[in-house]
Structures are given as C-alpha cells and as structure tokens.
Design a protein around this ligand. Sequence first.
Ligand SMILES: [Mg+2]
Length: 346
Amino acid sequence: MSDATSKAIDRAMGALVGGALGDALGMPTQLLSPVRIAELYGHVEDFIEPFPDHPVSKGLAAGTITDDTEQALLLGRILVESGDRFDHARWVNALLDWEREVKARGSYDLLGPSTKRAIDAINNGVPAEEAGRSGDTNGAAMRIAPVGIMMPLEPLEGFVGKVAETCRATHNTSIAIASAAAVAAAVSRGVAGGGWRDASASAVAAARRGATLGHWVTGGDIAARIVWAQDIVHGKAIRDAIRLITDLVGTGVASQESVPAAFAVLEVARGDPWQAAVISANLGGDTDTIGAIAAGMAGACSGFSRLPQQHIARLVGLDMSEVRALAADLVAARMAKIGSGKDAAE
Ligand SMILES: [Mg+2]
C-alpha cells in the first residue's frame, strides 16, 4: 500500500469514527433543551446513559451509536457496491431493511422525516427521481461522509453531482443537497490532507454549487449561513459560543440550522474532534447529528491516529473491522478516480 493510500485511509477512518464519537456522545442529549441537559446530566463531557424516559434513546447503553453512524456506514457500502452509477433501488431497500432491523431491536430512533416521507412515496409507486422532492431536513448531510471519502473534490461539478445523486431518492432539494455537499466537501478535503480551515472553505464552495441542484425550497442559504455561523463564534469562549449557536444559528433538524451549527462547532473546537463532540452534545436539539457531522469533519482533517483511543474503545454498536474494510474500499475507489494518488500529497 502506498504512503498516500495509508494516509487517506487514516483520514477516512477519522471521518467515520470521529462521526461515531459525536453521535454517541450526543445520543443521551438529543431532542432536549440545553437547560434540561444541564439539569439531567450537568455539562456532558463523557459517554453517559440516557435518562430512563428519554423519548428515543431510552434503554441504550452509554457510548451507543445511533442512526447517524449506522446510515453513513450503510450508504458507504451501497456506494462501493454501486460502482459508477448509484443504485437508488438498492439504497432505498437498504434503508427499509435498516428500519425493520432497528424496530426489531426495540429502538425508537427510526427514519427521519424526509427519508420516511420519500420511502412511503416510493412504496406508493412514485419514482425515486421524484420521491425526494420535498426532503429538506438534515438526513442527507448526517450520512454523507462516505461520499466525501470516495470522491476527490475536483472537478467540483462531478463531486457535487455525486452528492446530489445519492440525495435524489430522499433529499432532492436545493437546501439538502447544498448541506450534504458542504459536509462531503469538508470530509473530502480532509481525506486529501487538508486542515479544518481548508475544509470549511471547500464546504462553502460546494454548498454554493449544491444549492443550484434539486427542487428549490425556501430557507436560508447554506453557504452564506456556514460563513456567518463560523464568523459569529470565532474567538468566543465555549459557553458563549454554545449560546450563540443555540440562540441564533439553531440546532433543529432543519438543514439550514443544524448544518451551519456543525460548522460553527468545528470553528469553536478549532478542528479538535473530541472537543467538537463535547460542544455538540451540550447544544440541545439535534445534538447527535450535529456531533456526528462536526466530529466527522474534524476527524477527517485530523486522522484516526489522533482521535482519543480511550473513548473509541468504549463505543457500543460500532464494528471496527467493518469500518476499516469500508474505509479501505472507499479510498481504493477514490485513488482509482484520481489515478496516481497526487491528491493525497496536498
Ligand atoms: Mg441519531
């Protein structure tokens, strides 16, 4: 294996496992207000069990990953199996199988609103091309990291086109594609050797392009909101930054809230994956998804070898050999696209 390939695999693992850390840390705090989080748990800095009546996370052990990580791994596998043309039917069936399996496990954390609506439409005979026409929440962005691992950023048109292709069945809207393109671009820049600031710049460029694709839906501009969200928290102390993110950026499932929030977290954490996970877990709202996105992007820019191994050892529900195999397959596909591997020398 070349040096460039092993470095890219380390970054790819950083993205996937970093995302899992953010997801699992935010699992017990998701859907709660910041005040309720403080009452129930204090300041969350380590994996904890959800309180017994948690609406979706009840019964899960501390450190358990959720839909964000599971669906990212699922999408990664479908990408590898699909080859050059993304297999929509296989993807939709995989999501349905996933939900069946999750229900059988007794989990309450099922498919999100856009994905659910799209799959219901497909089951009623709507073609995959049309099913995602109103999907504008953050489900596409939360699971997009594998696209960023597999696809080199250049040419940007091809990169964003691949993002849009994977969003089509469930999130075929300007806002969701722009959001997913931003997150995927940050991951791709990290896998290419870029730091978190480079990754943020690439994200903004990709979001601008992504916003021109899919069905237009109303909502704040993703690229502009990422720049603004990072700007308002720049140089702020963590507690003040958390306040700005919850009060102004927003932490809901709307893409135009949670995705810029994840970039603001990346800024406050200065690219540190565990710090990004901790900040996200205390935000309230869609903490696990914001954490998965922020810590995943940070992990792509730092690499697996710089993630906190003591926390990784306590993750529940993540098969590390599966993650390693997927990272290797996605990086192999990436290297085949860029030929000599010059991208990794950035
Ligand atoms: Mg989740």
